[in-house]
Design a protein. Sequence first.
Length: 82
Amino acid sequence: FVESARAMLGVVAPEVQLSVPQAELTKAEVIREGVNLGLDFSLTYSCMRGRDLHCGSCMQCQSRRRAFVEAGVVEPPGTYEK
């Protein structure tokens, strides 16, 4: 995706540079950085099912859970349906 966006920018706006510094970070590293920046994780959403709360069982929810555990960060209460 990033390379496609860079290619498009090269044609339509060559003066614009696309920078994605978090692209090389693991999900756990992104979470730790969010903690350092004071991010309210209750405002983030990862679920593939599009419900009000994370379903807790889709691939994205499972990946999110693992990343929070790996980062040593407790998710906000009420993040998941189950």
